[in-house]
Design a protein around this ligand. Structure first.
Ligand SMILES: C[S@@+](CC[C@H](N)C(=O)[O-])C[C@H]1O[C@@H](n2cnc3c(N)ncnc32)[C@H](O)[C@@H]1O
Length: 184
């Protein structure tokens, strides 16, 4: 049986990321992906994580603290569409991986969801912030109101880009986009 899409994303990113790399979690949520990225980049690496909700940042901070990995991560309580403004200039164009896990925060307000009008600009910024050969992972849920439309908008935007190698994994629920930016 195929592993869940969250697991597939982690396996692909684990094979891609190395010690000392820079990575970004655009939707920190409960902190699972941020923690995963912090482990992969090792003590010499750095992870930047964004979320709008204080609850999400607090859960992520707690999860990282429990594993003594908080010092590897810069947490931003801000929309990922502000990535360009908030990332340090020296990290721009040098990220090895960016993760988006769209939708709502599990165990919290299901009305606060990612929206195409901010997700699409954030994806454009994430692709610019990746290094050549960097990997973008977008997991889009389709069961909540607006989720299907958002996943269609993401697919349209990524398919239109000529500088990406795009791999799409479907499931009856979410859909996973893995996009490798061209270059070495
Ligand atoms: C499905 S959850 C993320 C799960 C998370 N990756 C994890 O490992 O637990 C989606 C998150 O996106 C956040 N979010 C919604 N709009 C956002 C935005 N514009 N910028 C950053 N985060 C946003 C929500 O607050 C929510 O926590």
């Amino acid at each position: 049986m195929r592993p869940p899409l969250t697991r597939i994303a982690h396996l692909r990113l684990a094979a891609h990321l190395g010690q000392g790399d820079l990575a970004l979690d655009a939707t920190a949520g409960n902190g699972h992906d941020t923690l995963f990225l912090a482990r992969q980049v090792g003590p010499g690496g750095r992870v930047f994580a964004f979320d709008l909700q204080p609850t999400a940042l607090e859960r992520t901070r707690q999860r990282l603290r429990e594993q003594s990995l908080l010092e590897r991560v810069t947490l931003h309580q801000a929309g990922h569409e502000r990535m360009k403004e908030l990332l340090p200039g020296e990290a721009w164009g040098r990220l090895s991986a960016v993760m988006f896990n769209l939708g709502y925060l599990p165990g919290s307000d299901k009305g606060l969801v990612t929206l195409p009008e901010t997700t699409l600009p954030a994806l454009e910024q994430a692709l610019a912030a990746l290094r050549p050969g960097g990997l973008l992972s977008v997991l889009a849920y389709r069961g909540h109101p607006g989720g299907k439309e958002e996943s269609v908008a993401v697919a349209r935007m990524l398919k239109a880009r000529r500088d990406l190698e795009l791999e799409i994994t479907e499931s009856p629920g979410p859909i996973l986009f893995l996009a490798r930016k061209s270059g070495v």
